[in-house]
Design a protein around this ligand. Structure first.
Ligand SMILES: NC(=O)c1ccc[n+]([C@@H]2O[C@H](COP(=O)([O-])OP(=O)(O)OC[C@H]3O[C@@H](n4cnc5c(N)ncnc54)[C@H](O)[C@@H]3O)[C@@H](O)[C@H]2O)c1
Ligand SMILES: [Mg+2]
Length: 307
């Protein structure tokens, strides 16, 4: 649905005219659509649609990229007819990650996460009765128990641990060959972000961290909706010996600034060329792990230049 307003407009407030920015206008409009069924119905008549089949978005190949067609109305045809008519294919979002621009991927991440949530919340967990979706898809209500269900994200901490000169990266056996990432883990119920970071690092690699610094966050739709909370942390001086928890990880190791800088320069897909079989691969730009690693390289490079 096209929800971008490009103009500034004036609204009377407390006897004077206040200028509302495009961003505020858009935020207020989206709020209205969530609360007002009639406004949302009207918006759907002029909005645009992204099409999904079994949670796979319809994409159109264009050279090495994928374009996301925006349709002016929703249609219901069999999958193959839809693909033929619209000149695209329904493709697993995870497979298309490298070939999407960041605006498209962010919208598709949100859309897919919402569709998955609705699919999994068709019934009230208390009354067992079917729940009803509101027009905007921002909640579901059980007419019998009156419980309102809202889409949820699971908080996950992701931490790049450093010893001052090297950073600690780890891999799971399910990762593509050569790929290492920062340490990640779901927050337990009742835990603060800080507690989750300390526990996850201790659990996965047997180290104690300090100097925790929040860096950024990201919504991540795979395999379910997570809110990734990304932090930097350091180990206590001299306490760098890794004890990998093999129930959670396949391997973990310290990597030098040079190794990580070289790996960051490597572009493209997550498949290594045969000549690079033993090389380090890092998560794609879209992943917040990439952001954490890049930030660490920039900070360390700046401080070694200044020294
Ligand atoms: N965007 C990124 O850069 C990035 C990088 C790394 C990991 N991730 C994501 O972070 C998430 C967590 O990482 P992890 O797999 O190492 O977590 P983890 O270390 O907590 O291990 C996963 C295990 O935790 C348990 N668990 C506890 N709460 C859970 C919940 N709410 N949902 C699912 N499992 C739960 C399950 O037993 C599961 O097998 C993954 O979904 C992964 O896709 C994203
Ligand atoms: Mg983990």
């Amino acid at each position: 649905m096209s929800l971008y307003c490009r103009t500034f407009f004036r609204r009377k407030s407390f006897g004077c005219y206040r200028l509302l920015s495009t961003y505020v206008t858009k935020a207020r409009y989206l709020f209205e659509l969530k609360e007002d069924e009639e406004a949302c119905r009207k918006a759907q008549q002029t909005g645009v649609f992204y099409l999904f089949h079994d949670l796979d978005p319809l994409l159109q190949a264009s050279g090495h990229r994928y374009l996301v067609p925006r349709l002016s109305r929703a249609a219901s045809l069999p999958k193959s007819e839809m693909e033929a008519e619209l000149g695209g294919s329904f493709i697993k979002l995870r497979q298309a990650l490298f070939q999407l621009n960041s605006v498209d991927s962010s919208l598709l991440f949100t859309a897919q996460a919402l569709l998955r949530w609705h699919d999994g919340h068709q019934f009230c967990s208390k009354s067992g009765q079917p729940t009803q979706k509101n027009m905007a898809g921002s909640k579901r209500v059980c007419p019998s128990s009156k419980i309102i269900y809202y889409p949820q994200m699971a908080p996950v901490v992701i931490t790049l641990v450093s010893d001052g000169a090297r950073c600690l990266l780890a891999r799971q056996s399910s990762f593509p060959k050569g790929l290492y990432s920062a340490l990640a883990g779901f927050c337990d119920i009742g835990e603060s972000v800080e507690e989750a970071v300390h526990r996850e690092v201790a659990e996965e690699v047997g180290l104690e961290v300090e100097n925790l610094q929040y860096s950024a966050s990201q919504h991540w739709p795979f395999p379910n909706s997570s809110l990734m909370i990304a932090c930097h942390a350091t180990v206590k001086p001299g306490h760098t010996e890794i004890q990998v928890n093999l129930k959670e990880l396949e391997a973990a190791a310290w990597f030098s600034l040079d190794e990580v800088t070289t790996a960051l320069r490597r572009k493209g897909s997550l498949a290594l060329q045969p000549s690079e079989a033993s090389s380090l691969l890092l998560p794609p730009k879209l992943a917040i792990a990439h952001h954490l690693i890049k930030k660490w390289v920039e900070t360390l490079s700046c401080s070694s230049l200044a020294a």
